[in-house]
Design a protein around this ligand. Structure first.
Ligand SMILES: [Zn+2]
Ligand SMILES: [Zn+2]
Length: 466
């Protein structure tokens, strides 16, 4: 039996791990590397395994850093089965098609910028081929097979079973429990996937898989504790009221899955309780977040009971007066007319693409405005530079001064914090622990807190006998 590492090794994005047992090859996630242009070049390199030889992909959840290289896997010859929960499958479809579309768009835009006759210059400046196309993403959708239900074991092949457990991270997210047998050797593995934190407004809290010999666990926030959600909601309301009082707008760079819906839910609460101005205009300016919100409405089974019961009673927990869904680019541009009193939720959460960059160009230089970060920002991204206090940033090749007030509210994090990760590890009680999905200094701080286990921090491409 073998376990090898092909992404999110001493880094947060690009999750991809391979398990080989009894002649069966299982890939756990196949995510996109995100961050600086140089690190994103990694996506174009070889996987480090033969795509045509992979039998199954077990997809933990629909974030791009977990599903974003699946169309590439299909393009490179994968013909096996992708197993995921029903909600993950629906969300991953939107996420992968959106990614393919953006990549095609970007290549087209770049090709227009530098004319054909300067071919060499073009090659040097950017990629002239998308990583994958919409057609590749559609072909990949055909590979989705069985839908996993939480807590029910699936027999993938003789000696290979998997059970999905609710990871409480985003809709449909899962931790995996693998039971393997090769000849008379038995082994159990727990893959944390991305773990959610407890007490979130919409989702259920994570369920820990059974005790396992081996754990492969995320460490995104292994070095810090989150604030509780209640003070974070207060902070959100204060930041919005402050910007409105100064005559400005609020921009919230938002991850389309989960965070957008959580923030909407909080804004609705604030509105109902009279904590936010009645005339507030809220724009959900992200076609993907709009689609994801609709998918949420199909899956009340994933929610905390009090939220699920609102759906059951025909109430939409995300509806709010003054809420606008802007799918079309022209409606998005029209938001520029609002100089004050608007809350603009737009992707991408790390500001490395998407419509949020237009809104930052409009609002970042205005002292009256507020930019509120509610999620993780990887090294090398625009969001990270602003959070770390850059005085000015480049957006669309223009230098923009940072004068708006900048808020980082981490209680909305979709990730477990240090103590929640430790708690998860204490319940799984593995003999051997592989730390992944974290920056190296965070892992170094987290590792000494784990007891009675052999700890490893695999390098990219590393392979271990298990
Ligand atoms: Zn995630
Ligand atoms: Zn992740």
């Amino acid at each position: 039996m073998k376990l090898s590492f092909h992404g999110a090794d001493r880094a947060v994005t690009g999750s991809c791990h391979l398990v080989e047992c009894a002649g069966v090859r299982l890939l756990i996630d196949c995510g996109l590397v995100q961050g600086s242009r140089e690190s994103e070049q990694r996506n174009r390199e070889a996987f480090g395994f033969d795509a045509t030889a992979v039998d199954f992909v077990l997809l933990t959840h629909a974030h791009l850093d977990h599903c974003g290289r699946l169309p590439l896997l299909a393009k490179r010859g994968f013909r096996g089965e992708i197993v995921a929960t029903a909600a993950t499958r629906e969300l991953a479809r939107v996420v992968m098609l959106d990614a393919a579309h953006l990549q095609e768009e970007e290549v087209r835009r770049n090709l227009r910028r530098i004319p054909q006759r300067r071919a060499q210059e073009r090659e040097a400046a950017f990629d002239t081929e998308p990583l994958y196309t919409v057609l590749d993403a559609l072909n990949c959708l055909d590979r989705f097979g069985r839908a996993a239900a939480y807590g029910e074991a699936i027999e993938l092949a003789p000696g290979v079973r998997v059970t999905f457990y609710d990871a409480g991270h985003i809709l449909g997210s899962a931790s995996l429990f693998l039971e393997l047998q090769e000849h008379d050797r038995r082994q159990t593995l727990a893959f944390s996937g991305d773990l959610g934190n407890r007490g979130r407004p919409l989702l259920r809290s994570p369920v820990v898989p059974p005790r396992s010999h081996i754990a492969v666990m995320e460490t995104t926030y292994g070095d810090r504790l989150h604030k509780a959600i209640a003070p974070s909601i207060e902070e959100l309301f204060e930041a919005i009221s402050g910007a409105f009082a100064r005559g400005g707008n609020v921009v919230i760079p938002t991850f389309a899955l989960e965070r957008a819906q959580e923030v909407l839910w909080c804004l609705r609460q604030g509105h109902e309780q009279g904590r936010l101005p009645a005339l507030m205009q809220v724009f959900l300016d992200s076609p993907m977040a709009i689609s994801a919100t609709q998918i949420f409405e199909h899956h009340p089974e994933c929610f905390e009971p009090h939220v699920a019961s609102q759906f059951g009673a025909g109430k939409d927990p995300f509806a709010l007066p003054g809420l606008h869904f802007t799918r079309d680019a022209t409606d998005s541009i029209a938001i520029n007319r609002f100089r004050s009193g608007a809350v603009i939720l737009a992707g991408a959460g790390m500001c490395n693409g998407g419509r949020v960059r237009h809104h930052l160009r409009q609002n970042l230089w205005r002292e009256s405005c507020a930019i509120i970060f509610v999620g993780y920002a990887a090294r090398g991204t625009l969001a990270r530079r602003i959070i770390e206090g850059a005085k000015s940033v480049h957006i669309f090749e223009e230098e923009i001064r940072v004068r708006a007030s900048i808020h980082t509210i981490n209680g909305f994090s979709a990730h477990a914090d240090r103590d929640e990760l430790l708690d998860w590890h204490r319940h799984v009680r593995p003999e051997r622990t592989f730390l992944v999905h974290g920056e190296e200094d965070v892992m170094q701080a987290f590792a000494p807190l784990l007891h009675d286990t052999r700890i490893e921090m695999p390098e990219f491409g590393q392979s271990c006998e298990i």
